[in-house]
Design a binder for this molecule. Sequence first.
Ligand code: SF4
Ligand code: SF4
Length: 335
Amino acid sequence: MRLGKTNLEVNKNGFGALPIQRRNEKDSIEILKTAYDNGINFYDTARFYTDSEEKLGKAFKNIREDIYIATKTGMESPEEFWKDLETSLKELKTDYIDLYQFHNISFCPKKDDELYKAMLEAKNQGLINHIGITTHKITIAHEALESRLYETLQYPFSYLSGSDELEIVKKCEKLDVGFIAMKAMGGGLLKNSKASYAYINQFDNVLPIWGIQKLSELNEFLSYNNNTKLDENLMSTIENDKKELGDNFCRGCGYCMPCPEEINISLCARMSLWIRRFPTEPYLTEEYQKMMDETQNCLECYACVDNCPYELDIPELLKENYKDYQNVLSGKVKL
Ligand code: SF4
Ligand code: SF4
């Protein structure tokens, strides 16, 4: 597919390189090379994803020109922007980045902002080829599109998405902005990769970047292609998931953290979903019980809520999840 006005021709399976942080170097390189050998040519990473760039650099240093690398900076001052860019180039063992994106920053940089000028200067110097932005906030997504300054927009999109997200996808199509779908598996809560692929396959302008950390996951996506369409079975999976998850669920993005009470919000605020959608037993260990007990320390300061792109009532969600978890532990609720 063509990634909007960047004109990059990319395989419909994009590789999201956040999860390879959790694998050792040897395994990560094996996964990346297998992805490349099977036609995946777009790799999305970020300065923020610890050693992900370094692993990409090691895996691809000899075939740099055969792939597209997208990375990101979350820095908000030109000085820090340049430092990040320099580090990314070094870690990626390259002298250019195909797509450089502002990473979930608190505002949408415009033409006259020093930060955008730095981005443009990097492009003029040939250090980056295309300019993109990633955000979880719908207001920033619209602002970015209306500014006409960005060649791609990275935004959460999956079969759980509603009309607001669909409107963004359409707007991108109209403006010829490449739409990169993050969290296309609902932040880890969707289990059916075929349904996820088939849903996104309906949109010619949407490139999903699957967060892959195992060869088995990679192989699932590699087994799908343009003929993978939504059928009755997949539609019913989607309908069931929509019913089960609703709108009011934590996507696990972690933007609300750290919490001053060190509550693991992204895990605890969706514990009820984990224990229902995946095998329950692993979540009932002492370690998880302790983590859930810590939610009782919530001060209801609401500091986290201000940072949640989905405007979830986090203290309330924590309470609901804790109560449900205790009921499951005591056997009052049987799963
Ligand atoms: S409201 Fe609770 S969970 Fe959120 S930051 Fe405050 S203490 Fe942490
Ligand atoms: S509560 Fe909101 S910000 Fe925090 S992890 Fe969940 S979706 Fe993300």
